[in-house]
Design a protein around this ligand. Structure first.
Ligand code: NAP
Length: 248
């Protein structure tokens, strides 16, 4: 049994990952901005007979809050050897409308957060001589996405960070991979649909997707569960697309 930390575990993909890792036998800690949803998911996991804790009010773009949350997890569940950097936020803004504050905020939530969380947890992984990091990026980093230059730049940064950190940490028994999801039915996707930013409904796009459906959060969780497993130890620095064939 290992200790796993999932950021943004109160909703969507992060919730599915937290549920899956807990059912695979890991003590699972959910770090989320929203205390209520983090606690709700931890409760769901405990109701199934697994171990979970929530550290709500953790803004992953704030280093002090990340460090404090990781200390809380360490005290209750012991050092974490699995980290899933999933928390993220989108936004749709015409390029010339983006100001420094918005740009910096988007990078802080989607990219700097990965750097903060990894720096807080990697020392424990090095001590253990074993670790698994999975960073949730985005298929938009491959395809580009109009009105999302800030978000896509941040997610492309996550891919570069993943590849470089994998090279550095490989000799310490730690793997680092990234899953760029594409078109997964979560509150984030439905929010984009309701803002008219998908260029059609979710159902319309599902019809155009090679596997003829939208992704489910559990699709991402399944890939993540494999990447954090013992048997995935020879996979590192990789970009494992889970997108129904929308990006190849
Ligand atoms: P979601 O349902 O909106 O869930 C995101 C979670 O992250 C929410 O619980 C949110 O909390 C939390 N969060 C946001 N900002 C945070 C912060 N600063 N600190 C801590 N937690 C924060 O979205 P999702 O679709 O599951 O997305 C999960 C990840 O997949 C994101 O990184 C997203 O960019 C990526 N992704 C998703 C898709 C897709 O098709 N859904 C595609 C590509 C990439 P609140 O509820 O308080 O906002």
């Amino acid at each position: 049994m290992r200790t796993a930390i999932v950021t943004g575990g109160g909703s969507g993909i992060g919730r599915a990952i937290a549920l899956r890792l807990a059912s695979d036998g890991h003590r699972t800690a959910i770090l989320d901005l929203d205390a209520e949803s983090a606690e709700r998911v931890a409760g769901e996991i405990r109701d199934k007979g697994h171990e979970a804790m929530a550290v709500g009010g953790t803004d992953v773009s704030d280093r002090a809050l990340v460090d404090a949350a990781v200390r809380t997890v360490r005290e209750k569940f012991g050092p974490a050897s699995i980290l899933v950097n999933n928390a993220g936020r989108t936004g749709f803004d015409k390029f010339l409308r983006i100001d420094d504050e918005l740009w910096n905020r988007m990078l802080a939530v989607n990219l700097t957060s990965v750097y903060y969380c990894a720096q807080a947890i990697v020392p424990d992984m090095i001590d253990a001589g074993w670790g698994r990091i999975v960073n949730i990026s985005s298929s938009s980093a491959h395809s580009g996405q109009q009105f999302m230059t800030h978000y896509v730049a941040a997610k492309a940064g996550v891919i570069g960070l993943t590849k470089s950190l994998a090279l550095e940490l490989g000799p310490r028994g730690i793997t680092v991979n990234t899953i760029p999801p594409g078109f997964v039915d979560t509150p984030m996707l439905r929010n984009s649909e309701s803002q008219g930013m998908l260029g059609g409904s979710v159902d319309h796009h599902a019809e155009l997707t090679p596997v003829r459906r939208a992704g489910k959060p559990e699709d991402i969780a399944a890939a993540c569960a494999f990447l954090v497993s013992e048997e995935a130890g020879y996979i590192t620095g990789q970009v494992i697309g889970v997108n129904g064939g929308r990006n190849t």
